[in-house]
Structures are given as structure tokens and as C-alpha cells.
Design a protein around this ligand. Structure first.
Ligand SMILES: Nc1nc2c(ncn2[C@@H]2O[C@H](COP(=O)(O)OP(=O)(O)OP(=O)(O)O)[C@@H](O)[C@H]2O)c(=O)[nH]1
Ligand SMILES: [Mg+2]
Length: 271
């Protein structure tokens, strides 16, 4: 009982890093026809989408790796020792190119919709001017459960929330509406919280004390209609050369929630 109360206090994620890590390490989808949960990230250019994938990789594997990421690609995270190339975690990430704030430019929202349904193949290069066509070699006409998206994650930097344009919000709402139609769970990640608030920069543990951040999250929630309890603040690994406990803690607690939403979704899914 006491432990349960502790877990709910704001410092929860920072106390329970090991437990969250175990949870992530032990996770296995409950359904045989689902090899992995697919988590799709979208958001403005430079929001920290690729950095988030990298941060999860760092937090789960316990060491800093870095690689440039671009285009549509499935990112898997290796389990166990390098060399055992077939052993991957049962959750994967689909990275997308940034959505531009203006009406034209950036990834075409129609492409994100196609990716949600599993129609996009790895290697596809996003083209702002046109969506993936059904006669392209990158079009997957018969997506399996492993190609379809199980959790949609919208990534937005804290300092950009107030600057989101009307056009951008419309694009996001559009994507959100389709995901809702497909009953895909949706969460938002607010990144760069270290740059947005001095107190957080000093100590990441101040994340839940920051009035500025709370307000930013509330504004974002009102703007796009994602409830507050589906919005999570994170600081990505950006310039660090060493693993940091507090950074890992926040990343892992968000990852765990994402996994739980995805697992719930695949359990409710019809075959
Ligand atoms: N301080 C800080 N910097 C961050 C954070 N997340 C990302 N960055 C930095 O922001 C820049 C952009 O990050 P990316 O991960 O490339 O952003 P992206 O969303 O993948 O961008 P596109 O693929 O171009 O749409 C990089 O220089 C990152 O190091 C964060 O939480 N804190
Ligand atoms: Mg990127």
C-alpha cells in the first residue's frame, strides 16, 4: 500500500528506474500474431523525434549510441549482446520526417495516415509534394499486424507549443482524427523541457514542480485535444556523453506507458 502511494507521487519515475527497466526488459506482447508493437512518432521539424528513439535505445541498453536517422525506417533495439543480431525488443519505432508549420512543406499528413495503416515500407523517402502512391515499390498493399501502428506519439518541444500555427494544429488534428477512427492510442511527448525551464535545467527532478511546464502542457492539451494524462514531459539525450539516471528515469517511465497503451490496444483488437 505504502509503495503504491510512493509510486504515484511526482518523484515516482525517479525512484523506480530499475523497476521500469525490468518491466520494459520483460515485456512480451500477449498475442501470438503480434511480433512487436509499432510506435510511430510525428511532430514538427527538429522536435526531438529521432532523439527520442535514440534516448530509448540509450536508456534500455545502458550506453550511449548515436546514429543519424532519416526517412521512413523501422528502428529496432537490440537485446543482449551485439553479435546476436536476431534478438530485438518486441517494440519498434517508426520515425517520420518533421511536419512543417506552414500549409505546404514537410511530411505530407496523408503519408502519416498511410503509415498508420501499415502501408508504408522501410526505405521510403518522404516527399512533401505528393503522398506515397499505391503503385510505388514502397507501398505495402497487404499490411500485417507487424506493419500497422499500435501507438501514435506526437512529439512537440516545450518552447514551440506557444508558436504552433493554425495550419499545423489542423494537420495534427487531422492525423489524430484518423488514428481515433482506427482506435489507435495516442500520446504526446513534450521535449526540450531542460531548455524551457531553468529549474528543470538545474535538476530534472523539478519537472513536476515547474508551473511553466504545467501551463505549457495544459495549453497543448487544449489546442489539440489530447488529455493531460496522455501528455508526458521528457528530456532527450542530446549532448551527453554519459548515461544519466534522471534522464533514463523519465524516458523509461514514458516508454512503459507507451507499451501499456499499445498492449491494451492489441488485446482489444480483432484478429
Ligand atoms: N536540450 C535538448 N535538446 C534536444 C532535446 N531533444 C532533441 N534535442 C536536440 O534538438 C535537435 C533536433 O533533434 P532531432 O531528434 O533531430 O529532431 P527530429 O524531430 O528528429 O527532427 P526532424 O527529423 O528534422 O524532423 C538536435 O540537435 C537534438 O540534439 C531535448 O530534450 N533537450
Ligand atoms: Mg528526425
Amino acid at each position: 500500500m505504502f509503495a503504491a502511494i510512493l509510486a504515484l507521487t511526482p518523484s515516482g519515475p525517479f525512484r523506480h528506474k530499475d523497476r521500469e527497466l525490468q518491466y520494459v526488459r520483460n515485456y512480451k506482447p500477449n498475442r501470438d500474431d503480434v511480433q512487436h508493437l509499432r510506435i510511430l512518432l510525428h511532430g514538427p521539424v527538429g522536435a526531438g523525434k529521432s532523439s527520442f528513439i535514440n534516448s530509448v535505445n540509450n536508456a534500455v541498453r545502458g550506453r550511449i549510441t548515436g546514429k543519424p536517422l532519416a526517412g521512413y525506417k523501422t528502428y529496432k533495439i537490440q537485446k543482449g549482446q551485439p553479435g546476436n543480431a536476431r534478438d530485438f525488443y518486441p517494440f519498434v519505432f517508426s520515425d517520420t520526417m518533421g511536419l512543417e508549420m506552414e500549409k505546404q512543406g514537410g511530411v505530407n499528413p496523408e503519408d502519416i495516415k498511410l503509415a498508420l495503416k501499415g502501408h508504408m515500407k522501410d526505405g521510403y523517402t518522404f516527399n512533401p509534394a505528393s503522398k506515397l502512391s499505391s503503385d510505388s515499390q514502397y507501398y505495402n498493399a497487404e499490411p500485417t499486424q507487424n506493419d500497422k501502428v499500435h501507438v501514435l506519439v506526437c512529439v512537440v518541444p516545450a518552447d514551440k507549443v506557444a508558436l504552433l500555427t493554425e495550419d499545423y494544429v489542423k494537420k495534427m488534428k487531422d492525423i489524430r482524427a484518423l488514428a481515433s477512427e482506427l482506435e489507435i492510442p495516442q500520446v504526446a511527448i513534450i521535449t526540450k523541457i531542460d531548455l524551457a525551464c531553468e529549474e528543470i535545467q538545474k535538476d530534472l527532478k523539478n519537472v513536476y514542480k515547474s508551473k511553466y511546464l504545467k501551463e505549457t502542457m495544459k495549453n497543448f492539451s487544449d489546442l489539440v485535444g489530447i488529455p493531460m494524462n496522455y501528455i508526458f514531459p521528457v528530456k532527450n539525450y542530446s549532448e551527453e556523453i554519459n548515461i544519466k539516471n534522471d534522464v533514463d528515469s523519465l524516458i523509461l517511465s514514458v516508454l512503459r506507458r507507451i507499451i501499456d497503451f499499445g498492449e491494451e490496444f492489441i488485446n482489444d483488437m480483432e484478429t
